[in-house]
Write a new protein. Structure first.
Length: 402
């Protein structure tokens, strides 16, 4: 099987996903094109070498619909021959897009492809594309559907994480993100978003709250008791997990991922394509996997897919130098660390979505680039990237620095 090498990874800053966010004036198309244009320009890339563009987008409706990947490639002045495809695996869409691009190369069908993602959450609201799973009783009842916040509280209850536990993790995420920006850890990958006149609109992650501490988080009320009790979803959780007597509601806006806008892109190719482009590989894709997990608790998929992936790659947890797990909710990361006994200094070392935000379709490609940069900065070798996913799934990828 052909090896797939990573030649570059870029991302935009994350803008607050509200009308007063800096990127609210920027369309989904423009965000995606910003990332693709950066891949082209900073590598002096002849786009005739690119066989496909794969982009994740979780709500591909309105301005984000009609195959935004193809539209973005055209808008970024790639050659007309470069096709594009939009994919959706909820929160893992961006990482799956990278994996899809890698699979095209590894199979030998394509020589070079780009994987990435985009989500303009201030412009296309979360859940705008609808779907049967939450609302159609045929599937909602049999899958014990509940909102993800209730599932996150269920994880905290089932695996013994207190309000202090999830808040303390969140304070560390904020501190690590702030320290990473201060030390310039993201400067290799960040590309500023500019307007039509070339004036910079945003060049930093604006969702962060570096002064967050336990006292400020302690003043926030839990976000999901009303959904759980008045919405009836706590009863659904207990029906699915009868060993739980009551849900301990510990999650709130300060220990859950932020709603933001952003885009990312990763350039992948075989060795020959890299030589033609005059590029030096930064890493290789060693293995990747997807899995379905229990849909009610929903957010424990990273544990299941990591077990599958390590077995597939014939590796152990101790072979991984750095872990990057999307911080959808604090309990998701705490459960993952608990399951594999992962020390805190090996996971999400630059902070995560609790501090910087989670632009759904783009996040997987963003954290992929973050951990690649961190491998290079620290001289370490291997990293595992994974995300939890709606409806109970997990996606994970192992990369090895070249």
């Amino acid at each position: 099987m052909t090896e797939a090498f990573v030649y570059d990874a870029v991302r935009t800053p994350r803008g607050r996903g509200k009308k007063d966010g800096s990127l609210h004036e920027v369309s989904t198309l423009s965000l995606a094109a910003t990332a693709l244009r950066a891949i082209k320009e900073r590598n002096n890339l002849d786009t005739h070498l690119v066989d496909d563009v794969v982009m994740g987008c979780v709500d591909p409706v309105g301005e984000a619909g009609s195959d935004v990947a193809r539209a973005a490639a055209l808008n970024a002045d790639y050659g007309n021959h470069v096709p594009g495809v939009q994919i959706n695996r909820f929160c893992a869409s961006g990482l799956d897009a990278v994996n899809f691009a890698a699979a095209q190369v590894m199979s030998g069908q394509h020589d070079m492809a780009i994987g990435g993602g985009v989500e303009a959450m201030s412009r296309v609201g979360m859940g705008a594309s609808g779907g049967a799973w939450p609302v159609d009783p045929q599937i909602a009842v049999k899958s014990y559907f509940m909102p993800q916040g209730v599932s996150a509280d269920l994880i905290a209850t089932k695996y013994g994480f207190s309000r202090d536990d999830v808040d303390q993790y969140s304070v560390e995420s904020q501190q690590r993100a702030a320290q990473s920006w201060k030390e310039g850890r993201f400067k290799k990958s960040i590309v500023p978003v500019k307007d039509v006149n070339g004036i910079t609109i945003l060049d930093h992650d604006e969702h962060m709250r570096p002064t967050t501490d336990m006292q400020s988080l302690g003043q926030l009320k839990p976000s999901f008791p009303q959904m759980g009790e008045m919405g009836g979803f706590a009863a659904v959780a207990i029906q699915a997990y009868p060993e739980i007597e009551a849900i301990n509601c510990v999650h709130h806006a300060g220990n859950s991922s932020g709603i933001v806008d952003g885009a990312a892109a990763v350039l992948i190719g075989n060795a020959e394509a890299g030589k033609k482009a005059g590029l030096k590989p930064r890493a290789r894709i060693r293995a990747f996997a997807n899995i379905g997990s229990e849909p009610a608790i929903m957010l424990t998929g990273p544990v299941d897919v990591t077990e599958k992936l390590l077995k597939k790659a014939k590796m152990s947890i101790n072979d991984i130098d750095l872990f990057e797990l999307n911080e959808a909710f604090a309990s998701v990361v705490l459960r993952y660390m608990q399951a594999f006994n992962i020390p805190r200094d090996k996971i999400n070392v630059c902070g995560g979505a609790i501090a910087m935000g989670h632009p759904l379709g783009a996040t997987g490609a963003m954290v992929f680039g973050t951990v690649l940069d961190e491998l290079e900065r620290t001289g370490k070798s291997t990293a595992l990237v994974t995300l939890c996913i709606g409806a109970g799934m997990g996606t994970a990828t192992i990369i090895e620095r070249v």
